[in-house]
Design a binder for this molecule. Structure first.
Ligand code: A2P
Length: 349
């Protein structure tokens, strides 16, 4: 425990992971009003020390005891860990902001991107879900367009970095690249196939229609966040050998033709997105430029040659920042600033 003079008792569940590490950085960077900060992980990490604001905090193994007196739990330790501890967290009187997919499609649980549907957070019953990373990036970029001109259909292809599979997967890609350069066989543990110098469709289970889980998350979660249950979306999700920051090529069909200049203006004026286009230099968003950035970079906005009401765009966004940790911290900031933290009538998960 790390005591500070003011405000909220926060715990990070999964503090040693890729997203957990970023959550810590963001709480420090954004000066979140902390009374105390508790770092929780598996028993493997208990006792290890992590620096926060110049002080070393010991990581604790997660336990029921650990949530006593906590106001907000930022959870990023996987779906099964979230499911295992949700009831305990709510019964301890804390709000769980959950980065896993465990509760995202539960109708009692708001699924929130603060730039899109902040009002949804108010009705939480102890859990607010942080959407899937590719979904967050797409939502932030498309919502400003949807507000000007209703979207009819979205076709998206993703180029997803190793960071989406966690810290071990990022290390694995580096090891694989080194092994291949040394003429050795690359080892695969986090991924089913070598990712270095390769790419493959996202390795989540495939449904009877041929869509993988990641693709269906983009479909179902975007519909829930936009509150458009019938929005037509089709996604193809691909893992690429980029360490950090996801990219997406998106084709959007609107109800009416959408002037490109007007679309650019809507992106330029929106929160959380940055227009990055230098047509003469052929310079557009790239994962290396998006890495470590809070904004989603959007560019190559152009008329779809094949459809009068269609636009094409390209985006890159830091999966660990806006795609995960930053969105969670923004939800915490939203809830605290609106005084939506405590339940009006507590309900068990
Ligand atoms: P640990 O480092 O002790 O394994 P990533 O997504 O980068 O792989 O990180 C996953 C995070 O979730 C890590 O902090 C990891 O802790 C934590 N974690 C994994 N399994 C559990 C568990 N059963 N209980 C608590 N924390 C867990």
């Amino acid at each position: 425990m790390f005591n500070l003079p003011d405000s909220y008792n926060v715990a990070i569940l999964g503090a040693t992971g890729a997203v957990g590490t970023e959550l810590l950085q963001l709480l420090e960077e954004r000066d979140f009003p902390l009374k105390s900060l508790k770092l929780l992980a598996s028993p493997r990490s208990a006792g290890s020390k992590i620096n926060f604001k110049g002080q070393a905090i010991a990581v604790e193994a997660v336990s029921a005891e650990a949530f006593k007196g906590i106001d907000i739990v930022l959870a990023s330790a996987g779906g099964s860990t979230s499911k295992q501890w949700a009831t305990t967290i709510i019964e301890a009187g804390a709000l769980m902001i959950d980065n896993s997919s465990a509760f995202r499609m539960d109708s009692r649980v708001p699924l929130v991107v603060p730039e899109v549907n902040p009002e949804a957070a108010e009705s939480h019953q102890g859990i607010i879900a942080n959407p899937n990373c590719t979904t967050i990036l797409m939502s932030v970029a498309l919502w400003p367009l949807q507000r000007v001109q209703p979207i009819k259909r979205i076709i998206v292809a993703t180029y997803q970095s190793a960071s989406g599979a966690g810290a071990r997967a990022m290390a694995e890609v580096k090891q694989q690249a080194q092994a291949i350069l040394n003429g050795e066989k690359p080892l695969t543990e986090s991924f089913p196939y070598p990712l270095a110098f390769n790419l493959f469709p996202h390795n989540t289970p495939i449904n009877e229609q041929g869509y993988c889980e990641e693709e269906m998350k983009m479909v179902n979660e975007t519909r829930k966040i936009f509150n458009l249950p019938d929005l037509r979306i089709s996604a193809t999700c691909i893992r690429v050998p980029v360490l950090r920051a996801h990219s997406e090529a998106i084709n959007i069909e609107f109800e009416q033709p959408f002037d490109v200049a007007e679309a650019r203006e809507a992106i330029e004026q929106a929160q959380g997105v940055q227009l990055v286009e230098d047509w003469n230099a052929n310079y557009f968003p790239m994962p290396i430029d998006a890495s470590g950035e809070n904004d989603v970079l959007v560019g190559r906005i152009r008329q779809d040659l094949s459809h009068p009401s269609g636009l094409e765009l390209w985006l890159c966004g830091d999966q660990i920042r806006k795609g995960a940790a930053l969105n969670a911290v923004q939800i915490a900031e939203l809830v605290v600033s609106k005084q939506w933290l405590k339940l009006k009538s507590p309900v068990a998960a």
